[in-house]
Design a protein around this ligand. Structure first.
Ligand SMILES: Nc1ncnc2c1ncn2[C@@H]1O[C@H](COP(=O)(O)OP(=O)(O)OP(=O)(O)O)[C@@H](O)[C@H]1O
Ligand SMILES: [Mg+2]
Length: 308
């Protein structure tokens, strides 16, 4: 079976920066694929190559079998794109933004009207359809961009962080919609919400520094961490002091803090005793063993350093 998307040894350089390096990938039709990675990993660059906005420095990219460099026009007809930054036309109302998209894709007026009504309903913007995007909240603009990407019923939908800035209700609404589309199209998304990738995607690639690190289902990736010992540790007091201590132990492989609660990944069960001996039990409110999450896998692979 032909893949919906394929990247073959794609490299993209911007002067001295290598944003994507020798990247190969095949995405099966009708699946939801997620590309994850820290800031600057190369995710948007890959989407821009697949959506014909950037030329690869070397390698080949195909969408539904069409070469993005030589058959760009055919590729653009088949795809819908939700870019990382909202790029609505601010001088057009919400409805006009959707109509413009329909016209660009040569849709008949009656069909465009029906389709646009349906999409406005879906993203909850019927009441605001005659307003300008500048008067919308960030979440409303995002939902409009999602609707616009779907007007012409694309065969492949690219979503670059579709739910960033959305409230939990809108995020779930977008998820439900993405799931419902799955049978009719291939979906390629990037996200920084690990729960989103876990819940939605058939397959996940985690990348960093332009290269793929792992590839598989969420369950498969979490199995990699089956050996890992992830604990939640909550303190009654002195969390600052404990943070410094925990960060200094060689057997603490990763550490995340939320208030007075830490999520830590230990090198093994045998690390628990030296840990407890070192920190004592005076200030501990709670200690429990957790199931590894996709975020644990992500941090394990990409490290704790914040990216520039
Ligand atoms: N037009 C450009 N000119 C120069 N460098 C660029 C350009 N676009 C991207 N880069 C560089 O390429 C690298 C990858 O960027 P990219 O936008 O693909 O990352 P990303 O994974 O989408 O990150 P984020 O999660 O922050 O959106 C970064 O180092 C970035 O600075
Ligand atoms: Mg990006």
């Amino acid at each position: 079976m032909e893949s919906a998307l394929s990247l073959r040894a794609v490299t993209k350089r911007f002067g001295p920066i290598t944003a994507v390096e020798d990247f190969s990938l095949e995405v099966v039709r009708g699946t939801i694929f997620a590309l994850l990675g820290p800031n600057g990993a190369g995710k948007t660059t890959i989407i821009r190559i697949l959506t014909t906005l950037l030329r690869p420095t070397s390698g080949t990219a195909l969408v539904e079998g069409f070469d993005v460099q030589h058959e760009g026009k055919r590729v653009r007809r088949l795809i819908g794109v939700v870019p990382q930054e909202n790029n609505l036309d601010r001088y057009l109302t919400a409805r006009e933004n959707l109509l413009l998209q329909a016209r660009l894709h040569g849709m008949a007026p009656a069909e465009s009207r029906r389709r646009i009504d349906e999409l406005l309903e879906l993203v909850g913007l019927v009441g605001r359809q005659h307003d300008f995007p500048d008067t919308f909240s960030g979440g409303m603009q995002r939902r409009l961009v999602v609707a616009r990407a779907l007007v012409h019923r694309p065969r492949v939908l690219f979503l670059d962080e579709p739910t960033t800035g959305l409230d939990p209700q809108s995020r779930r609404a977008v998820w439900e919609y993405i799931e419902s589309l799955k049978d009719s199209m291939t979906i390629f998304l990037t996200t920084h919400y690990m729960d989103e990738a876990d819940a939605l995607c058939d397959r996940i690639v985690i990348m960093d520094h332009g290269r793929a690190l792992v590839d598989g289902t969420a369950a498969r990736l979490k199995e990699r961490m089956a050996h890992a010992h992830v604990y939640e540790l909550q303190f009654r007091a002195n969390a600052e002091r404990y943070e410094a201590m925990l960060g200094g132990f060689p057997f603490v492989r990763s550490l995340r803090r939320t208030g007075d609660t830490f999520r830590l990944c230990l090198a093994g069960e045998e690390s628990l005793k030296p840990l407890m001996d070192a920190i004592g039990t005076d200030d501990i409110r709670k200690l429990c063993l957790l199931e590894p999450s996709l975020e644990d896998v992500f941090i394990e692979l990409t490290g704790r350093e914040v990216r520039e």
